[in-house]
Ligand binder design. Sequence first.
Ligand SMILES: [Fe+2]
Ligand SMILES: [Fe+2]
Length: 164
Amino acid sequence: MPLQRHEALRALSRDHHVALQLARAIQSKGDPRLRAELPADGQQLAAHVQRVFSRELAAHFEVEDSVLAPMVAGQDTALDRIVSEIESEHAEMMELAAGLAGASSSPEALEQRLDRLGAMLESHVRREEREYYERIQEVLDEAALDHLGEVLQRHLDVKSPSEL
Ligand SMILES: [Fe+2]
Ligand SMILES: [Fe+2]
């Protein structure tokens, strides 16, 4: 997916693959083959999507908000603007995911919410790859990127056992 992703950001970019698969599975105009792999029952589907959010994407969002954002902040106005929008999208998506169970008794309400969440997740990830991570690579020099990579790796190593 990424064109030329720097080593420092590759682990986070790999998470984007999981996020995109989910985003395309849950949208009504997404990928039917991916959708077929998810539970057909509404309540189980809602629970599954919530689980992926809380077990995998929450940790990714947390690293982006608490580790990546502070390390790239204050160096470039375009980057700062993207960071603040990215952070509010994380919060909005977590809220949408948390509300899925409440909508799962009505198939229409659940589909609407899944569509909204899937569309938001897809455009979020694509924007991060095309604008955010690209801009980080343009603004930070090689030494800063290497340092960023080391710090990110330490955080990702600590997080990985709990994601199982
Ligand atoms: Fe993100
Ligand atoms: Fe991301």
